[in-house]
Design a protein around this ligand. Structure first.
Ligand SMILES: *[C@@H]1O[C@H](CO)[C@@H](O)[C@H](O)[C@H]1NC(C)=O
Ligand SMILES: *[C@@H]1O[C@H](CO)[C@@H](O)[C@H](O)[C@H]1NC(C)=O
Ligand SMILES: *[C@@H]1O[C@H](CO)[C@@H](O)[C@H](O)[C@H]1NC(C)=O
Ligand SMILES: CC(=O)N[C@H]1CO[C@H](CO)[C@@H](O)[C@@H]1O
Length: 292
């Protein structure tokens, strides 16, 4: 039970999230709760809204996902929700990806919470060749999905450096309840769909260029190659391991950068649905969020 709770939530150090009202300046300022000095994050991942939309189990699966998220948010009252990719199965969706995105957000909107997300390999995956509507321009791009998400006041994701590969590369700071310090949350677009499945070297350079602060958490969809090492020879492993680790296409040095900068204490990913384990490797927790 303890493991399940740990895997659904990451309890970092901090204050109550200030509820964002715009996309600029202080609106993105998250804070540790002053009373408990905690900051609770719920991770949701791999909901695959729109998968099998033409068949009954597809719709039922979406309804079930919504029910699970509503229930988790009701019981946990987090300060922030983080979605770690494959929110949609773009390659099954005819022409209404944003309607599914709205469905995805419904529980978080109803709970009046802020959220951040990264893209996975399915969110903008084109319709399969041979699909009756393939090539008709109905596919929804990463940029379009982000723009749709950004219309809501609680949306905190942004394209911090548009020159980089991918769209959801950004960081947020959680202000400490006392003093001037903050704890960072880093978000990486690990590609897939219309992009190679990797956090590119340019994204790693960008991360290295950010000033180091107290250790926070990193989120991406596709696991780093070190996840394979971690489950074989990492320390303190716990949780379910029912899927192979299918990591990024190559090691672009992000793990090394995390270790060198010491401002990330844990990495949380999705992608391999049967895994919800955490293992420690070189002092860094590498964790999965299973399949919400
Ligand atoms: C939806 O949830 C119900 C109740 O838990 C379960 O019986 C059913 O198999 C689920 N359907 C799908 C498609 O996941
Ligand atoms: C998206 O379109 C499909 C096909 O027309 C439909 O079955 C489905 O209900 C729609 N989904 C949403 C969330 O609007
Ligand atoms: C916080 O920053 C302000 C302005 O830079 C400074 O005056 C103050 O001493 C700092 N407080 C702490 C606790 O470091
Ligand atoms: C994150 C979020 O949706 N915040 C909203 C919570 O409710 C207040 C009052 O209705 C809104 O002003 C916030 O934008």
């Amino acid at each position: 039970m303890m493991c399940r709770v740990l895997l659904l939530l990451l309890v970092v150090l901090v204050a109550r999230a200030s509820l964002a009202t715009t996309q600029s300046g202080d609106a993105r300022q998250l804070r540790f709760r002053a009373d408990t000095r905690t900051f609770k994050i719920v991770q949701f991942t791999d909901q695959h809204y729109g998968e099998g939309e033409d068949v009954a189990w597809g719709r039922q699966q979406d309804i079930n996902s919504t029910r699970v998220m509503r229930s988790v948010l009701h019981h946990e009252t987090p300060d922030l929700v983080v979605y770690t990719g494959d929110q949609l199965t773009g390659n099954n969706i005819h022409d209404n990806a944003t309607s599914y995105w709205r469905e995805l957000l419904a529980p978080t909107l109803a709970a009046n919470l802020s959220w951040a997300f990264v893209f996975g390999n399915h969110d903008d995956m084109p319709l399969q060749p041979g699909h009756p509507q393939h090539g008709l321009g109905s596919d929804t791009s990463r940029a379009q999905l982000l723009a749709f998400d950004n219309q809501f006041p609680g949306s905190l994701s942004f394209d911090e450096n548009p020159a980089l590969p991918g769209v959801t590369n950004f960081h947020l700071n959680i202000k400490h309840s006392t003093g001037n310090g903050s704890t960072p949350l880093f978000f990486f677009d690990s590609g897939g769909g219309t992009l190679p499945e990797v956090v590119h070297e340019a994204q790693v350079d960008w991360y290295r260029s950010l000033p180091s602060t107290s250790p926070g958490i990193a989120f991406m969809h596709i696991p780093l190659q070190q996840y394979t090492t971690a489950i074989a020879s990492g320390e303190g492993c716990f949780g379910m391991h029912h899927d192979d680790v299918t990591p990024q296409a190559r090691d672009t040095g992000l793990f090394r950068a995390f270790v060198d900068k010491s401002d990330v204490q844990a990495v949380f990913v999705g992608h391999n649905h049967g895994n919800d384990w955490c293992c420690s490797l070189s002092g860094l927790w590498l964790c999965y969020g299973r399949h919400t």
